[in-house]
Design a protein around this ligand. Sequence first.
Ligand SMILES: *[C@@H]1O[C@H](CO)[C@@H](O)[C@H](O)[C@H]1NC(C)=O
Ligand SMILES: *[C@@H]1O[C@H](CO)[C@@H](O)[C@H](O)[C@H]1NC(C)=O
Ligand SMILES: *[C@@H]1O[C@H](CO)[C@@H](O)[C@H](O)[C@H]1NC(C)=O
Ligand SMILES: *[C@@H]1O[C@H](CO)[C@@H](O)[C@H](O)[C@H]1NC(C)=O
Ligand SMILES: *[C@@H]1O[C@H](CO)[C@@H](O)[C@H](O)[C@H]1NC(C)=O
Ligand SMILES: *[C@@H]1O[C@H](CO)[C@@H](O)[C@H](O)[C@H]1NC(C)=O
Ligand SMILES: *[C@@H]1O[C@H](CO)[C@@H](O)[C@H](O)[C@H]1NC(C)=O
Ligand SMILES: *[C@@H]1O[C@H](CO)[C@@H](O)[C@H](O)[C@H]1NC(C)=O
Length: 462
Amino acid sequence: MGQDAFMEPLSCTVWVIQCKIYLLLIGTCSGLKVTVPSHTVHGIRGQALYLPVHYDFHTPASDIQIIWLFERPHTMPKYLLGSVNKSVVPDLEFQHKFTMTPPNASLLINPLQFTDEGSYIVKVNIHRNGTLSSSQKIQVTVDDPVTKPMVQTHPSSGVVEYVGNMTLTCQVDGGTRLLYQWLKNGRPVHSTSTYSFSPQNNTLHIAPVTKEDVGNYSCLVKNAVSERESDILVPTIYYGPYGLQVNSDKGLKVGEVFTVDLGEAILFDCSADSYPPNTYSWIQRTDNTTYIIKHGPLLEVASEKVAQKTTDYVCCAYNNITGRRDETHFTVIITSVGLEKLEQKGKSLSPLASITGISLFLIISMSILFLWKKYQPYKAIKQKLEGRPETEYRKTHTFSGHEDALDDFGIYEFVAFPDASGVPRMPSRSIPTSNATSRQDLHGTIYEVIQHIPVQQPDDPE
Ligand SMILES: *[C@@H]1O[C@H](CO)[C@@H](O)[C@H](O)[C@H]1NC(C)=O
Ligand SMILES: *[C@@H]1O[C@H](CO)[C@@H](O)[C@H](O)[C@H]1NC(C)=O
Ligand SMILES: *[C@@H]1O[C@H](CO)[C@@H](O)[C@H](O)[C@H]1NC(C)=O
Ligand SMILES: *[C@@H]1O[C@H](CO)[C@@H](O)[C@H](O)[C@H]1NC(C)=O
Ligand SMILES: *[C@@H]1O[C@H](CO)[C@@H](O)[C@H](O)[C@H]1NC(C)=O
Ligand SMILES: *[C@@H]1O[C@H](CO)[C@@H](O)[C@H](O)[C@H]1NC(C)=O
Ligand SMILES: *[C@@H]1O[C@H](CO)[C@@H](O)[C@H](O)[C@H]1NC(C)=O
Ligand SMILES: *[C@@H]1O[C@H](CO)[C@@H](O)[C@H](O)[C@H]1NC(C)=O
């Protein structure tokens, strides 16, 4: 302060400029500035509270006076303590409670009581030739900190969705001026058509309760000096069954039809969302009669034990608290490996059958043609071949690879077809064909095969 009291002319000039800026900004130019970091300070009852104050002045001063006053609504302001230079003069009534160490203007209140809540006014006077003075007001609140809240549900035994209502109550033992907030899965709950709050927000009413209300609920209680959250509560809500479905471990699923290979066992798993967990039962349908075959979520169907090739099953899920049930129907078709593809393709079965028929017709026709040609005189064949160009005739004649090649010459159509009985036949053996034909060429014609022979038999005489 001594330095401030004897300022150099340059500092004075700087101060004048600063003063003009203050004048522009706040409209006062006292050369004394008192500041407080916060105009509201929240204190905890029974603890010490520190009210920080800073002041600044740019004029030579001899006496520095600090005064603290206390003011409550509708009461007279009270003098607490004051100081000139470094000597403090307290009000004797409060002398043990308020402390100040000038030139530091900050005030320490210890211990803080509810009655200490109100406005604290600090006034700083600086005197030399004239007197500069400035003051600030600090609002002080006094609270007890919040203790840990507890949430209770009513009814505590749980509620059935769409039937019951539920009330969550947040209970707090200690704390003043509490604000309650409800959190569901960590996010604030807002009032909706099903959620409503008490005026204080300390109870949450859910009517009606649904499956969507299942979650982690907690109650957050705050006041100015503290904030505590309750433990998470998961209310008991009975719901379901929902989303019933059947899955199998390896069977193919086509809509609601499962196919399983003959001789294999298939495990079905029935599941639906519900609380408490559903009880599951499996029903088998044969003709018009139905009978329960098993209880529990899993069912094993051993395909050799199934008398029919197509069997209908029903999985029934029942929630014994909500009293609701759901069931799903499905069909198991036992297939052989060959049939499986046909079953999968379903509608492509009939074109395949017609192809098979046409192919059979062609094979029989070709076989007859072959036999007829085999016993025809050589001339007849030669005459037939005269119509072709000489080169083509020679080529086919000389390169054919075996003596009776001319007898084999002709256009043969070969068609491979799947066997409806499930046993894959080897049609290549029943059809006249060269050994050079690979099985992958089964869809080709013999005409092509003959053309390929010279390439595959390089030891030809020519
Ligand atoms: C305060 O201190 C100044 C010197 O710093 C002195 O001149 C003045 O008399 C003092 N005032 C009181 C009331 O002691
Ligand atoms: C006033 O005293 C407090 C400690 O009681 C200290 O933290 C603060 O910095 C002081 N203020 C000034 C302006 O010296
Ligand atoms: C104010 O005090 C200064 C010394 O700090 C002195 O020079 C000046 O004359 C005084 N002014 C008045 C009006 O008393
Ligand atoms: C649930 O609340 C609704 C509306 O708030 C009320 O009409 C209904 O009677 C309540 N049900 C039960 C079981 O208390
Ligand atoms: C609910 O809390 C449990 C642990 O207390 C946690 O595992 C679960 O993920 C929470 N659920 C949600 C939806 O946040
Ligand atoms: C209750 O909570 C709602 C928001 O959930 C809020 O808008 C309202 O101010 C709260 N009321 C009280 C008294 O805290
Ligand atoms: C199955 O039930 C239908 C009517 O639900 C009936 O017409 C039919 O005769 C029954 N078949 C057998 C085998 O019982
Ligand atoms: C409901 O079913 C569960 C098994 O899922 C069983 O433990 C419980 O006793 C049943 N409750 C009633 C009321 O039937």
